[in-house]
Design a protein around this ligand. Structure first.
Ligand SMILES: CC(C)(COP(=O)(O)OP(=O)(O)OC[C@H]1O[C@@H](n2cnc3c(N)ncnc32)[C@H](O)[C@@H]1OP(=O)(O)O)[C@@H](O)C(=O)NCCC(=O)NCCS
Length: 192
C-alpha cells in the first residue's frame, strides 16, 4: 500500500489524533489534559513574545487506510521550557524559534513495520525546516523500545536513560530529566 501523509487542521480531527496518541503512547495525556496544558503554555509563549508574532510551531500529520481509518500520526509542537519563558523571555523566544517537540507519534499495531513512522518523520523534518526551526526533540517512555530503535534509525541522538537533553546552540539551555518517569530523550539537528 502506498501511504500518504495529510496535515490535520480541523479541531475535531486534531482531537481524534490526540485521543489515539493517548491510547497508543504510554504517558501521553488525555485530550482534555493536553488541551489544558497547551492553553497555559501558549499564554506563556505569547507573553514572552509580548506583541511580536509567535513563530509557527504546531503540526499534526496523519496516515489513513484505504477505507479512511486513521492508522498513524505525528504531533509536533513548540517546546520552549515554561520556566525559561517566564524567567528569561529573550532566551525563551530563541528556544521557541529553534526547537520543536515531537510530542507524539504512533502507528496502530496492524500497520506497524511497514515504514509508516519513517514516512511521518520525513514529513515532520520537512515541516520543521520550512518553519525555520533547527532541532526536533522529544521524550520516549522506557516501555517503548521499538520507538527508540526507530528514532535511532531515523538519525536522532538518543541520550542515556533519564538524562535529559544537552545544551545546544544558540541558547545553551539544558533540559533536565524530571523525576517520576523513566525513558529516553532524543534530538536531531536538522542542519547537520
Ligand atoms: C514506534 C512506532 C511509531 C513505529 O511505527 P512503525 O510504522 O512500525 O515504524 P517503521 O515501520 O517506520 O519502522 C519499524 C521497523 O519496521 C521496519 N520496516 C520499515 N519498512 C518496512 C517494510 N516495508 N516492511 C517491513 N519492515 C519494515 C523498519 O526498518 C523498522 O525496523 P527496526 O525495528 O529494526 O528499526 C510504533 O511501533 C508505535 O506506534 N508504537 C507505540 C507508540 C510509540 O511507541 N510511540 C513513540 C513514542 S512517542
Amino acid at each position: 500500500m502506498d501511504f500518504q501523509i495529510s496535515s490535520v487542521t480541523s479541531p475535531s480531527r486534531q482531537r481524534k489524533v490526540h485521543a489515539l496518541a493517548h491510547q497508543h503512547i504510554t504517558g501521553y495525556g488525555s485530550p482534555s489534559h493536553v488541551k489544558r496544558e497547551r492553553a497555559t503554555y501558549e499564554r506563556d509563549l505569547r507573553t514572552a513574545f509580548s506583541g511580536e508574532s509567535v513563530p509557527e510551531g504546531d503540526f499534526i500529520g496523519t496516515v489513513a487506510s484505504d477505507s479512511g481509518d486513521l492508522i498513524g500520526g505525528v504531533i509536533i509542537e513548540h517546546c520552549a521550557p515554561r520556566p525559561l519563558l517566564r524567567s528569561s523571555p529573550e532566551t525563551g523566544r530563541l528556544y521557541a524559534q529553534h526547537h520543536r517537540n515531537l510530542s507524539g507519534m504512533f502507528v496502530v499495531p496492524e500497520y506497524q513495520g511497514q515504514g509508516i513512522a519513517s514516512l511521518l518523520l520525513e514529513t515532520a523534518y520537512q515541516v520543521v525546516r520550512e518553519q525555520g526551526a533547527r532541532y526536533i526533540e522529544g521524550f520516549v517512555d522506557i516501555r517503548h523500545p521499538q520507538a527508540v530503535r526507530v528514532y535511532k534509525h531515523a538519525g536522532f541522538t538518543v541520550t542515556p536513560l533519564n538524562q535529559g537533553l544537552p545544551p545546544r546552540e544558540p541558547t545553551q539551555f539544558t533540559i533536565h530529566h524530571p523525576s517520576g518517569i523513566n525513558g529516553y530523550w532524543f534530538y536531531r539537528d536538522l542542519y547537520q
